[in-house]
Design a protein around this ligand. Sequence first.
Ligand SMILES: *Cc1c(COP(=O)(O)O)cnc(C)c1O
Length: 365
Amino acid sequence: MILMNDFKSEPEQLKADMLAAVQRVISSGWYVLGDEGKAFEKRWARTCDTLHGVGVGNGLDAIEISLRALDIGKGDEVITTSMTAFATVLAIYRAGATPVLADIHPGTALMDLGSVKRCLSKKTKAIVLVHLYGQLDQMDEWLALCKQQSLHLIEDCAQAHLAKYRGKVAGSMGVAGAYSFYPTKNLGALGDAGMLVTNDNDLANRAARLRNYGQSERYLHPEVGMNSRLDEIQAAMLSVRLDWLEGFTEQRRKIAREYKEGLSNNQIKLLDFPEDEASHVYHLYVITSSRRKEMMNHLQEKGVQSLIHYPISIHHQKPCEQIQIDPQGLRNTERHSETCLSLPCHPAMTDAEVQQVISAVNSFK
Ligand SMILES: *Cc1c(COP(=O)(O)O)cnc(C)c1O
């Protein structure tokens, strides 16, 4: 079976390097908020072209802490997309703010500018822009809108490690970038981990405080924080895996190119291909089909796993029954959630496996 993620078939060298790094941490005798974490924060911030990186427990917390560090909370509205991981919207709820959901562009499934404009109100304080599937698009327009409306732009970079828009790295354009290093992300730990990156000194300091009980110095707590720290073992794993990330990202792009060239079946549609390859890191390779369920069964029979991102959009989730949405509705989101299908696209795939996926899709009648 060709899996969506296959950690067992990762390179032996990578596994050996991770084991050595675990040993290094054990020998150090220091497990939370130490040198490994600091070193990885520095490295990831440098990779993102930002001044600061604040390691946190996961991607959800990276978004919540970004909002809280900007004093966004009760009474404030934050606009984001309904086509995202639940964590994006959960972070807004947890910060105490009110999420408002905009529609997507049908060709990319990324949040739609026109829809966001319809969601604006006097209470809007921020936009959480999700670089869905690993793609950055229209960043100049998003930055211009936020500037014009005096809104904070927070980038949800959980799927977009190393994606670049006109030379700028994901997370470096908004006031903060929130990364997840959940194992299946393009850069993943061996457990939960996340980071907030920013060029804003005050925001970085506040975030570092919030992740650690709101503690400013030992046993002094000027505000109510949380416990969301990046531990030393995960930081060490991430340092090792970061050495492989560029190569892995190229591999994902290569698979995407082969899919683009090879996939040919009038039962499916491909999403728009980006003009600039650097702007997409293919966390997920997504197609659409109005006969999705049959296609999934067919792929399964041909030994190919597939998944749906996402089958139930946020505004249809139970806790979101009352959620505010674009007054014109979320038509493109509804359609996408009914038709989208993610094909395997990970760096451990062999050329033969990529061809097997292509044949499997193309043989669907
Ligand atoms: C994975 C993901 C998150 C949440 O990250 P966790 O580390 O699982 O908390 C948030 N947003 C998006 C778009 C994601 O894909």
